[in-house]
Design a protein around this ligand. Structure first.
Ligand code: SAM
Length: 277
């Protein structure tokens, strides 16, 4: 066994979703650093592995990383696993890996499952290019601010979500992105695996109406914004704005024009104020 730390991907539900190489590494290293040793014990027992474990999670990582690496520098081997999927993807491990890099300790990836790639592979949303946002902030204002940064994003955006926040997040997304397509991937590789792609208002109503759809683990894949850049002259923009101002206050009229024809919101709003006067 080569002296190194091995970053080992483990299943996101189905215990058989683990590579032959991952099993081999887990059985051969000196120690497995696990986010939750009781959780990982089930996986090891399932595969008949009895390697010694040590706990390494977000609250003790800074304190333990150095001593774990010291053993590797002395010729030992260490595998890092998290509770599910690929370590460091919305999971602990960054402190350990970054320190290992600084110290020149070899870090070896043992690739395998991750909820993000699993969801992307089945969700049916164009995802040749995507942005991984992971978990949104818990507070509504901070969450809204993050969502607003993706209002015009053309790439698919991936979010992780937990059962007690899924409804709130879908409600906010519905406010920010309106009729946009979204895919919801729930409990992937598990008994109640569900993948559904539809317009946001439809997904929201479906989840709201069915408590079962609020249970488990979620990945949300938001469709990128469609390009609405039309070649409309400033004169035509002005004409539309003038017409809308007959029916709507300047703020709403300029928002509609900016939404449909593109252009700076503030600039169009100022023009609306000018025209109104
Ligand atoms: N490291 C993991 C990975 O590679 O995907 C992610 C760990 S993060 C703490 C846990 C989150 O991942 C869950 O809240 C959920 O958003 C997502 N997730 C994990 N397993 C999932 C599954 N089986 N189905 C859907 N989402 C899952």
């Amino acid at each position: 066994m080569e002296s190194a730390i091995y970053i080992v991907a483990t299943p996101i539900g189905n215990l058989s979703d683990i590579t032959l190489r991952a099993l081999d590494i887990l059985a051969s290293v000196d120690v497995i650093a696990a986010e939750d040793t009781r959780h990982t014990r089930k996986l090891l027992d399932h595969h008949g592995i009895s390697t010694q474990m040590a706990s390494l999670h977000e609250h003790n990582e800074s304190e333990r990383a150095a001593s774990m690496l010291k053993k590797v520098q002395e010729g030992g081997s260490l595998a890092l696993v998290s509770d599910a999927g690929t370590p460091l993807i919305s999971d602990p491990g960054h402190v350990l890996v970054s320190l290992a890099n600084e110290l020149g300790v070899r870090v070896v990836p043992i690739p395998g499952p991750s909820a993000v790639t699993s969801a992307l592979s089945v969700c049916g949303v164009p995802c040749g290019r995507f942005i991984f946002e992971g978990f949104l902030p818990a507070k509504r204002k901070a969450k809204t601010d993050v969502l607003l940064t993706y209002e015009k994003e053309k790439k698919a955006v991936i979010f992780y979500e937990s059962p007690h926040r899924i409804l709130d997040t879908l409600e906010l997304m519905n406010e920010v992105f309106g009729d946009r397509v979204i895919a919801l991937a729930r409990e992937l590789t598990k008994r109640f695996e569900t993948v559904r792609r539809d317009r946001l208002p439809v997904i929201l109503e479906w989840v709201r109406a069915d408590l079962n759809q609020q249970k488990g683990e979620f990945v949300l894949v938001l469709h990128g914004a469609e390009s609405v850049e039309l070649s409309v002259s400033d004169e035509e923009k002005k004409r539309l704005l003038k017409r809308l101002l007959v029916e709507l206050p300047p703020k709403k009229a300029s928002a509609v024009v900016a939404d449909f024809l593109g252009g700076g919101k503030k600039e169009i709003y100022n023009l609306a104020l000018e025209l109104k006067n």
